[in-house]
Ligand binder design. Sequence first.
Ligand SMILES: *[C@@H]1O[C@H](CO)[C@@H](O)[C@H](O)[C@H]1NC(C)=O
Ligand SMILES: *[C@@H]1O[C@H](CO)[C@@H](O)[C@H](O)[C@H]1NC(C)=O
Ligand SMILES: *[C@@H]1O[C@H](CO)[C@@H](O)[C@H](O)[C@H]1NC(C)=O
Ligand SMILES: *[C@@H]1O[C@H](CO)[C@@H](O)[C@H](O)[C@H]1NC(C)=O
Ligand SMILES: *[C@@H]1O[C@H](CO)[C@@H](O)[C@H](O)[C@H]1NC(C)=O
Ligand SMILES: *[C@@H]1O[C@H](CO)[C@@H](O)[C@H](O)[C@H]1NC(C)=O
Ligand SMILES: *[C@@H]1O[C@H](CO)[C@@H](O)[C@H](O)[C@H]1NC(C)=O
Ligand SMILES: *[C@@H]1O[C@H](CO)[C@@H](O)[C@H](O)[C@H]1NC(C)=O
Length: 571
Amino acid sequence: MEHLQRILRVILFVALLANTVARATRSQPESFLEQIEDTTWVLGNRLWNLTQGRQYGTKLWYNGKDLVGNAVGHYVSYNGACCDLNWTSAAVVESGSDHINVRFRAKEGDFHWVIYDNLTGAYQYFVNHDLPVIGEFRTLWRLDNQSFPRGRTNNKDGVLPALSEYATATNVQDETWQKVDGSFLTKYDWSAFVREQEYYGVYGNEVGSWYIHPSKDYFNGNHLKQELVVHRESKTGDAVQLNMIHGTHYQALSSDQSADGKTWGPWLWYLNNGSKMDAAHRWRKEETAWPYNWFKDSAYQSRGAIQGRLVLSDGRPAAGAAVFLGDNNSNLTTLDQGRDYYYTTYADEDGVFEILSVRSGTYGLYAWSNGGNLAHITTTLVRNNIVISKDKQTELETIFWSSIDRNSRVFQIGDFDRQTTGFALSSPTPYEHGRIAKVPADNVVTVGKSTSSDWYFGQSSIGTHSIIFPLSSMPSRNAKLSVSLAGFSSGCSADILLNAVKIGNITTNSALLPSSQDTYRGATRAGEWHLLEFPVEMSLLKNGDNTLSFKITSSTLWRGWLWDSIFMDWV
Ligand SMILES: *[C@@H]1O[C@H](CO)[C@@H](O)[C@H](O)[C@H]1NC(C)=O
Ligand SMILES: *[C@@H]1O[C@H](CO)[C@@H](O)[C@H](O)[C@H]1NC(C)=O
Ligand SMILES: *[C@@H]1O[C@H](CO)[C@@H](O)[C@H](O)[C@H]1NC(C)=O
Ligand SMILES: *[C@@H]1O[C@H](CO)[C@@H](O)[C@H](O)[C@H]1NC(C)=O
Ligand SMILES: *[C@@H]1O[C@H](CO)[C@@H](O)[C@H](O)[C@H]1NC(C)=O
Ligand SMILES: *[C@@H]1O[C@H](CO)[C@@H](O)[C@H](O)[C@H]1NC(C)=O
Ligand SMILES: *[C@@H]1O[C@H](CO)[C@@H](O)[C@H](O)[C@H]1NC(C)=O
Ligand SMILES: *[C@@H]1O[C@H](CO)[C@@H](O)[C@H](O)[C@H]1NC(C)=O
């Protein structure tokens, strides 16, 4: 009897011990979400925390400091200042031993923060449920300007201009001021090609706040999509770190209705001690980890790959071609596409391209010249019905790209690459307000004698830019003039004259040429691309020197166009 009791006591003790051990090992994440009031929450981990209200996330505690201070903080908004999302509820929707996934609900969709216990920052993503047609859709931080005096993108790194500089300068156009020394202050200097970004953000000596997007597949637009990324808020002085996950900057428009379920992200918002080296290291780490296997979303995890080879009709490889995987059977340009998921790459010197980890679906494949060996290739290749399936590699047959016979080109100025590459004043930086006003009003180049750098990157002032091209005999065929613009901001119009006879125009307020927010916002490398074509009667051409002129008839300061290429073909 006593023996039995002892055995029972031992069993009970062992059971209690096992229970205690199990409780200790089944560890809870340290990361937390606490509700303070009806629509006030605190979320974070032991390294940082944020107080989230109905619209704004404020009081970002990190290393004993509030990094928002008097600034606005964190929010999500669409279509400009019109619509900040209002969070109606928050919940931890998933958790593990070392992380929680917090969902904030708004009527438009769900914003998630995935917080790991040892991570300074969080993964963030947004799942659409009911967004209207969007142009701009962004998340952002407006942070304390003392902690974050500097900004960094892949093409600009430095101190953000102080608010006091704005006070003594004259506003000359939207978000642009002229200082007494004649130089300009504009937030658009801090724009960038979004698909080229590795890590970008605002930082100081003690702290840095960065966005790291290991994939850009949820962004709108193609290789040349540009956005404003960091800047000084010119009204309040906040240090602004933008995350333009759908945007219209440098475009005429971009209107997209995304399906319920379209997911932007996850990307990483990363806090550190201000070290760029550490942020760069983190970028490489995220790039290696993408697609994130912790993200339990079946559509996100359903990915395949695509491989193909592009060959020109004369047999040469389409070396370096820009390759875009986007909407199937679309009537929009690749820059304008933006409701779904988009992939960009460049072919190698053999014309071979490969894109890994593409979401399953049916796509359109597009390719065009990115200059170099293809600088004379002026057509766009389109193939629809490209199917990508989970865990499969889609191997395309060699694609032949019909391109013009080189002998039929009369002349060409500039590489065809949808950019201002090679032209005078096109470099060094891709943005500079007012650089277009430095282009001389008049200029003449001669085919066979001049080089690309004798032609200017843009044209804006009243005056004439001319091309003299020789013909060695009387033409026996008609021709076609192609005018490829790397950007166009309305306000200037030109007549196109061949041997003093008008054969075409570049016209403001024409349905053929919508105005984009590029030239006047200081874009010097690219904006929105347009190809204009004009028939040329052979009777207008002559043996010997011919003159093609772009004569500006009306002009607006800082507006006009960016040149990509001008070429004539026999037809
Ligand atoms: C947030 O961080 C601050 C500073 O470290 C701390 O005082 C506060 O208790 C934290 N809030 C929560 C809810 O843990
Ligand atoms: C969020 O609430 C504010 C204040 O009530 C309102 O002005 C704003 O329009 C709301 N946002 C949206 C997207 O409805
Ligand atoms: C956080 O912890 C995980 C696993 O516990 C580890 O893989 C990761 O490297 C850690 N990250 C940092 C920034 O220490
Ligand atoms: C920082 O913001 C404050 C307003 O909160 C402003 O007075 C100050 O000039 C700003 N500092 C800089 C460097 O712009
Ligand atoms: C910042 O952090 C990085 C990475 O953890 C470290 O190597 C560096 O020494 C730190 N810099 C300072 C000034 O603390
Ligand atoms: C493009 O197609 C969509 C429907 O797929 C249509 O609504 C739209 O009007 C078309 N746009 C143009 C410019 O043809
Ligand atoms: C893709 O576009 C082609 C037309 O170019 C069309 O025949 C096909 O049905 C489309 N596929 C899907 C899945 O929409
Ligand atoms: C301008 O050129 C277009 C062709 O690109 C033509 O349709 C239009 O009529 C021309 N407009 C003027 C004002 O000459």
